[in-house]
Design a protein around this ligand. Structure first.
Ligand code: ADP
Length: 407
């Protein structure tokens, strides 16, 4: 934890992470970098919305409050949340909030993290066509909080930001140059905030300045990044989060002709096709559930579909790690994070075993241990290390926000 300056004593950062129909926020103390409040608002736009407040989350003093709400828009949700924070006495007012940090989905090829101004807002607007569900929600949250907290600086931390260092041959698609330029078509990569946090944490754990290796973020969405000297050189997600690994509800890599074929045969519109590939595919389509815990239970019962789904899931991860091993040459280690990466020892085991011939010696007992701390799961002396590193995107956003603002 960084030592804080006197001006940050007793101060907080508000972190906002808005999804297409939800938002997560945290108020984190600048002194100890832990949240005093974590909020989740779900089903924005629907009649059966839920707002969940966790005061002192993940501590023995945690208090959970759930409210039925109806938020027509993200803005209305944020306004109501802020009012409740004061009404419930979580903060007496907002004088102690020194900054807000916003996760923004897409910032294009140049923007990674920056103080929000008119130019940055325009960048967020410019990328709405490629992030039609997230970028408008992110902008709405920024603008409403600006009204509620006038004069409090805001920082945008782009989920694509960590990947802006990729070389052109890793991000360029083999299609018409004119069309790529006209529509900004290229690999952007996502989960950047997580890949950055986890690789920085791994470097610290390993006693290195920077990390060189492969980071696997395996949650509902899954992606892998190849990282050289702390900088991303390739990643599996592309123009959108659909490309790459098999995921909870996304198909990942697929022959581009397949959706065209289905659109012709079934008469699907682009929206229907996108829904099928993003929300009705992956583990959900193959095993009947997008939740890896269900897939594991089905495998135990000998369910053939679940076994195949899991084999595809693991195989694609192994394939990409192998590719990135070749890209990087020499690596410090392979990192696992996200709900599956942090918890599913049965997923980590076959993946690590596949790299035994390259010098990764898995310690199967260490692999079973559960912990919220970064940890090694390889045997002592293993040439390639395997680490489980719990992600913390909110903390990364908070630290980046304070850094950008010069604290
Ligand atoms: P998101 O990408 O939505 O943030 P998470 O990172 O929380 O999602 O990951 C969700 C995934 O993690 C789900 O597939 C869930 O089944 C899986 N997961 C969570 N805990 C475990 C566990 N103990 N064993 C296996 N999988 C788990």
């Amino acid at each position: 934890m960084a030592t804080v300056s006197a001006e940050l004593k007793g101060k907080y950062v508000l972190v906002v992470n808005a999804g297409s129909s939800s938002f997560k926020t945290q108020i984190l103390s600048c002194e100890n970098e832990t949240p005093i409040l974590a909020v989740l608002a779900e089903r924005i736009g629907a009649n059966n919305g839920k707002l969940i407040f966790k005061v002192n989350p993940d501590t023995d003093k945690e208090e959970k409050h759930a409210f039925d709400v109806h938020y027509p828009t993200h803005g209305e949700g944020i306004r109501d949340m802020m009012k409740r924070i004061v009404d419930m006495g979580i903060l007496p007012n907002f004088d102690s909030i020194v900054a807000t940090g916003h996760r923004v989905l897409l910032g294009g090829p140049k923007y990674a993290e920056c103080k929000v101004d008119a130019t940055v807002k325009q960048v967020i607007r410019d990328y709405i066509p490629l992030g039609p569900l997230h970028n408008p929600a992110n902008l709405a949250c920024i603008e409403v909080i600006e009204e509620i907290l006038p004069g409090v600086p805001a920082v945008a931390v782009f989920d694509t930001g960590f990947h802006t260092t990729m070389p052109d041959y890793a991000y360029t698609y083999g299609i018409s140059k004119e069309l790529s330029e006209k529509y900004h078509l290229r690999r952007y990569g996502f989960h950047g905030i997580s890949h950055k946090y986890v690789s920085k944490t791994a470097a610290k754990y390993l006693g290195k300045e920077t990390f060189t290796g492969i980071c696997c973020h395996l949650g509902n969405g899954c992606s892998i990044s190849a990282i050289k000297d702390g900088k991303c050189v390739d990643t599996t997600m592309g123009l959108t989060p659909l490309e790459g690994l098999l995921m909870g509800t996304r198909c990942g890599d697929i022959d581009a002709s397949l959706p065209l074929f289905l659109m012709e045969q079934e008469g699907y519109t682009p929206t229907q096709m996108s829904d099928l590939l993003n929300k009705q595919s992956g583990l959900k389509a193959l095993a009947g559930s997008n939740d890896m815990r269900d897939v594991e239970n089905l495998i135990e019962k000998g369910d053939k579909d679940a076994i195949l789904a899991n084999n595809i899931f693991n195989y694609r991860i192994i394939k990409y790690i192998g590719a990135y091993l070749a890209v990087l040459g020499q690596i410090d280690g392979i990192l696992f994070t996200g709900g599956i990466g942090e918890n599913a020892s049965v997923t980590r085991e076959p993946i690590c075993k596949a790299f035994e011939p390259f010098g990764l010696e898995l310690d199967t007992e260490l692999n079973q241990i559960r912990s919220g701390e970064p940890r090694e799961i390889n045997k002592k002396g293993s040439k390639i290390k395997a680490l489980v590193v719990p992600t913390n995107e909110e903390l990364e956003i908070m630290q980046t926000t304070l850094k950008i603002l010069g604290y």
